[in-house]
Design a protein around this ligand. Structure first.
Ligand SMILES: Cc1cc2nc3c(=O)[nH]c(=O)nc-3n(C[C@H](O)[C@H](O)[C@H](O)COP(=O)(O)OP(=O)(O)OC[C@H]3O[C@@H](n4cnc5c(N)ncnc54)[C@H](O)[C@@H]3O)c2cc1C
Ligand SMILES: *[C@@H]1O[C@H](CO)[C@@H](O)[C@H](O)[C@H]1NC(C)=O
Ligand SMILES: *[C@@H]1O[C@H](CO)[C@@H](O)[C@H](O)[C@H]1NC(C)=O
Ligand SMILES: *[C@@H]1O[C@H](CO)[C@@H](O)[C@H](O)[C@H]1NC(C)=O
Ligand SMILES: *[C@@H]1O[C@H](CO)[C@@H](O)[C@H](O)[C@H]1NC(C)=O
Ligand SMILES: *[C@@H]1O[C@H](CO)[C@@H](O)[C@H](O)[C@H]1NC(C)=O
Ligand SMILES: *[C@@H]1O[C@H](CO)[C@@H](O)[C@H](O)[C@H]1NC(C)=O
Ligand SMILES: *[C@@H]1O[C@H](CO)[C@@H](O)[C@H](O)[C@H]1NC(C)=O
Length: 512
């Protein structure tokens, strides 16, 4: 039997108004908005999720070409009592660009790819149908750059809405920190500008939680001069024992606190070792400062580790570093990418309270022992350096954007694919990563103020024991998903949400 609350909610949501795809279709075509419907032969193709753990069936996928068409499409969806979501690059880890669950109207932005670069004030206006690789190429052609992640195919819509971390972020901040204004379509279909002078609450909310507040059709960003040179570095250790690998994390924490330049970005990457109680380590990053200072910058850390097994040092231009780090074409029209079948958790460690020796040892032991025998998954762990001295991410005042964490030392991404990267996803993959997070948290203070990163979305983060549901607003308790994702900003976000999206039209798992 279903719990009473479920029946009530189901009645309230499904019973209130009929949902007619036929009427939706009439309304979209009256407004000139192209769309693909479940009866169309290309529906399966256009609704494939990047993460094949998800098979989602939306009501329709609309392809507007202007902000006004986005507004018309949102109104058409609301009139049919549908939840509405935007899709930019479609790289949500939990298929939220398709709604995360069945039945949403998807507003695909791929027909909106303009990029306008203004030399007068070094801003660029970027429509949110663009992907990171194409943006990097367009800006670089004008000698400019933005901080953002490494994968070419990630869309700027989701990326800049929730964060946007790359190896230039210690110098320039997260992608969202560069946003000066945005064009946003609200739940009632109105097209507005949000900036530090107009719609200021909305402007605050879209820099950290945009998917819950509107459909951002373009962002105006502050660009940076493309660095004169760059060096991408990769060092590898094929097999480290638990003590040595634990020391590699502890000394990375210590190293971060020394006076490292902002032009330095890096992460540790762990993967299954060649034998139990051993682990494989990589140290990858980029240097955007004067090449002559590179060795002096990295040597203090390398000296804390045994001799590396291999290394690849790639000096070159800035855009070459973007290309090398992507490991795939930057021009996303020139090729297609492989999908994956995976589950991810994240953990943002507070700089003021770094991981203890006991927490690090438990974490490394887990990766080296359980990680060695976890044969149903292919996994890696990235320990990304957000903080450390001179980090632009942490220089931004906490309350100036909705991004909830400005005191992060490491964002740890724990990522496990099915063994052959194809469906089905093994149940053991979930418990493997749950245990990995627990290995750290259970050895950390009860009041440890860690967080989780919305761009590494986890649909299984619980809310006081209950899973997130698209029909549920969540309460703020110390370890709830609302706290981990939205931190002290959650209640302000809820009140802005009530003002701009009273019907909860932009509704999906882990939303506000
Ligand atoms: C291979 C890969 C590599 C990655 N590397 C990095 C990395 O280096 N650094 C990093 O920080 N992250 C990285 N990520 C995570 C990535 O930033 C997020 O998955 C991001 O949210 C994807 O954005 P998208 O537009 O492609 O996804 P989508 O699925 O299209 O959107 C994600 C969410 O944002 C919403 N959304 C999309 N567009 C808009 C819009 N215009 N207005 C409002 N809401 C919108 C969607 O509704 C959905 O909820 C990576 C992800 C993948 C798959
Ligand atoms: C889907 O198929 C229809 C009919 O063939 C076509 O008109 C439309 O352009 C296709 N849309 C996409 C996004 O592939
Ligand atoms: C940059 O300049 C353009 C005009 O060229 C102006 O419209 C815009 O508001 C400016 N942006 C900022 C952030 O000052
Ligand atoms: C790089 O550093 C060297 C040595 O300090 C110096 O001679 C050179 O001018 C610097 N180059 C740039 C581009 O700043
Ligand atoms: C810098 O360090 C690398 C690796 O340790 C070494 O191969 C290289 O020779 C060094 N370069 C200089 C200029 O010292
Ligand atoms: C941020 O704003 C909250 C109120 O929303 C306030 O309690 C807090 O002190 C502020 N924090 C900082 C660092 O300014
Ligand atoms: C956490 O608790 C410890 C004592 O157990 C205390 O010293 C510390 O200040 C607390 N930290 C926070 C962030 O509340
Ligand atoms: C749309 O919503 C916004 C935000 O709540 C509101 O300011 C505006 O008046 C609304 N517009 C219409 C046409 O209802």
């Amino acid at each position: 039997m279903f719990p009473v609350s479920f029946l009530t909610l189901a009645f309230a949501v499904l019973g209130a108004t009929a949902q007619s795809v036929t009427v939706l279709k009439t309304s979209l075509s009256a407004n000139g908005v192209a769309a693909v419907y479940p009866t169309d032969s290309n529906f399966t193709t256009v609704t494939q999720a990047f993460n094949q753990r998800f098979t989602i069936s939306p009501m329709a996928v609309a392809y507007p070409t202007t902000a006004q068409q986005v507004g018309a499409a949102v109104k058409a969806g609301v009139a049919q009592n549908m939840e509405v979501v935007a899709r930019s690059g479609g790289h949500s880890y939990i298929a939220n660009g398709l709604g995360g669950t069945n039945g949403a109207l998807v507003i695909d932005l791929s027909k909106m790819k303009a990029i306008t670069i203004r030399a007068s004030n070094n801003t660029a206006v970027i429509q949110t149908g663009n992907r990171l690789g194409d943006i990097a190429l367009a800006l670089n052609a004008a000698g400019r750059a933005l901080p953002h992640g490494t994968c070419s195919y990630v869309g700027i819509g989701g990326h800049s809405g929730y964060g946007g971390f790359g190896f230039t972020s210690r110098a320039w901040g997260l992608t969202l920190d560069t946003v000066k204004s945005a064009t946003v379509v609200l739940a009632n279909g109105t097209v507005v500008t949000a900036s530090s002078t107009v719609n200021t609450d909305l402007f605050w909310a879209i820099r950290g939680a945009s998917p819950s507040f509107g459909i951002v059709t373009s962002i105006e960003v502050q660009t940076f001069p493309a660095p004169a040179s760059a060096i991408v570095f990769q060092y590898g250790w094929n097999s480290l024992d638990i003590t040595t690998a634990s020391n590699a994390i502890a000394s990375f924490q210590t190293f971060a606190a020394t006076n490292i330049p902002k032009e330095f970005g890096a992460e540790l990457v762990f993967s299954a070792g060649p034998s139990t109680s051993h682990i494989t380590l990589g140290w990858t990053g980029a240097w955007y400062g004067n090449a002559s200072a590179f060795n002096a910058t990295i040597t203090p850390y390398l000296k804390t580790l045994p001799a590396f097994s291999w290394s690849t040092i790639t000096p070159g231009s800035y855009i070459n570093s973007v290309s090398v780090l992507a490991g795939q074409p930057l021009n996303t029209a020139s090729a297609s990418e492989d999908r994956d079948t995976f589950y991810t958790k994240s953990l943002m460690t507070p700089q003021g309270s770094p991981m203890s020796a006991a927490a690090i040892k438990a974490f490394v032991t887990y990766m080296a022992v359980q990680g060695f025998s976890a044969s149903s998954v292919s996994w890696f762990v990235q320990i990304e350096l957000y903080g450390g001295s001179n980090s632009a991410i942490n220089a931004v005042p906490l309350n100036s954007t909705a991004f909830a964490k400005r005191d992060t030392l490491f964002t740890i991404q724990m990522y496990a694919s099915s063994a052959n990267f194809a469906p089905p996803y093994p149940a053991a993959g979930f418990t493997f990563l749950d245990g990995m997070v627990s290995s750290i948290v259970s050895k950390s203070p009860a009041n440890w103020s860690y967080g989780a990163y919305l761009n590494y979305a986890d649909d299984r983060l619980t809310n006081g024991g209950q899973s997130f549901s698209k029909f549920q607003l969540v309460a703020l308790t110390p370890r709830s998903a609302s706290t981990l994702y939205y931190g002290s900003h959650f209640s302000r976000l809820q009140s802005i949400k009530a003002a701009v999206d009273p019907l909860d039209t932009f509704r999906f798992p882990i939303g506000v």
